[in-house]
Write a protein that binds this ligand. Structure first.
Ligand SMILES: Nc1nc2c(ncn2[C@@H]2O[C@H](COP(=O)(O)OP(=O)(O)OP(=O)(O)O)[C@@H](O)[C@H]2O)c(=O)[nH]1
Ligand SMILES: [Mg+2]
Length: 277
């Protein structure tokens, strides 16, 4: 088909239109905080696969959305999912788990809760309060306690939400040992560990926390506090670079409202608008 080339064999007309229109995409990406090199390389990749007549903003949205991997929580009958949120202190691990728990309860799944954050003043009482709100039993485990399906109260549960301290030195060895135990015993439970990133974290902080937990096998990540910045580029670049699947995005403090399942469209909005619609 000759539609995209001129009869003289000069530059395709379509490409000229695209260059003008990609300027707008470029501007949007710069506003979200992406660096120039990232922008140029991804614009080229998106434009390369553009279809005739496709609007560059739509093209880039579809392209970048499909660059993200989406994490799925398998629902296997007879298998308890042990869902652990790890990451730095204050990023939204506890409230994220509670938001996830509310979804499970709504879906009539049997939920248990457990926490490794058992020494900090008030932490256990806070988690117990959330557990009562969800109508779920709760276990607090100490740093020297071995994690098993028994100690976590997993029996008869579809899912156990495992909160952590936010300290890689103590959380990582306990979770690593749990992973080994479950593997050795084929215990009817599987561990899904998600690294929680705040959308306003710096590039170096993101690298450091990822490195601190690098011993653990991750099921994916959660992005929190996207309502606190219009420039979430660092976290998005970091996740794309790692190829880490994204499970959820948190956009506020409301336990019932502000937790969304990640989708390619939602992540594309974050890239292009710095927020979700
Ligand atoms: N604005 C905003 N606040 C959030 C979000 N997610 C969590 N928060 C708030 O951030 C604060 C810390 O959240 P937690 O869930 O306690 O964080 P954590 O990672 O468990 O913190 P530690 O237990 O201290 O390690 C709370 O006030 C939450 O309401 C979000 O997406 N947006
Ligand atoms: Mg917490």
């Amino acid at each position: 088909m000759q539609a995209s080339t001129t009869s003289s064999g000069a530059e395709p007309a379509k490409q000229e239109v695209d260059i003008t229109a990609y300027d707008e995409v470029r501007q949007r990406l710069a506003q979200t905080g992406f660096d120039a090199e990232w922008i140029e390389s991804n614009l080229r990749r998106a434009a390369h696969a553009a279809r005739h007549g496709e609007h560059p903003m739509d093209r880039f949205g579809v392209f970048i959305g499909s660059e993200f991997r989406i994490a799925h929580l398998p629902n296997t009958p007879g298998v308890t999912r042990l869902v652990a949120f790890i990451g730095n202190t204050g990023v939204g691990k506890t409230t994220g788990l509670v938001k996830l728990g509310a979804r499970f309860v709504q879906a009539k799944r049997k939920v248990g809760m457990a926490t490794l954050d058992s020494q900090r003043v008030g932490a256990v009482d806070q988690y117990r309060g959330y557990a009562e709100m969800l109508g779920a039993p709760m276990r607090a485990l100490h740093a020297d306690e071995t994690l098993t399906t028994q100690t976590l109260g997993a029996h008869g549960k579809d899912v156990v939400l495992l909160d952590t301290k936010g300290c890689a030195e103590s959380d990582a060895p306990q979770l690593k040992a749990l992973h080994r135990t479950l593997y050795d015993q084929t215990a009817g439970a599987e561990l899904d560990t998600f690294l929680v990133f705040s959308a306003s974290a710096s590039r170096s902080a993101l690298r450091e926390v990822t490195e601190a937990f690098s011993d653990l096998r991750l099921a994916g990540c959660v992005i929190t506090k996207i309502d606190e910045t219009r420039q979430p580029a660092a976290v998005l670049e970091h996740i794309l670079e790692l190829g880490l699947p994204v499970a959820f995005v948190s956009d506020g403090q409301d336990l019932g409202l502000n937790f969304r399942r990640a989708t390619p469209e939602l992540l594309a909005d974050l890239v292009l608008l710095g927020r979700v619609e």
